[in-house]
Design a protein. Sequence first.
Length: 170
Amino acid sequence: MDTTFYLSLFQQVVDKLDKRLMNQKQLQVETGVWLDSVVLRLYKQHWANNPGGKPQTGPAIFFSIWIGIADIKEHKLFYNIHALKLRKLKGFALTSRKFAEDFREQFKSFEHNWPNVSMKFGPQTLLQGWKIVDLDFPAEDILKIANKLIEIDFLIENLLINGKAKLISN
């Protein structure tokens, strides 16, 4: 897999994201290579105990879009939302299972807009899906999925507000 090519494409997507909207929503974005895939990751500082750390290294919520060697052969671009170790997320009183159930219930009204999405995972993967893409230049597909993820950040925010309220009332 030519990671340089795909990292360049993912960076083109980052450059096309609405910077004003990203700032307004306090969303951070990064690209890189993790687990043999080129990845674009969206997250908020307060969605992780160590927001600058590598994905999957501690309590965190983040959106990912990625492509790996096996995915290229099938012309697939994947995306998901992870919610890892939420019981340990500082400042919140959350359980992963309840958070996942509540998120999935709220997401149902958006589900029809998401290609090949599934929510049939354990509580750490809130949803995951894929899209068939033109591998020579999938930037537009990556951008569309990134913008869809940005549009539903409020689902996470609302659940976190409820988790913070419970912490304060305890």
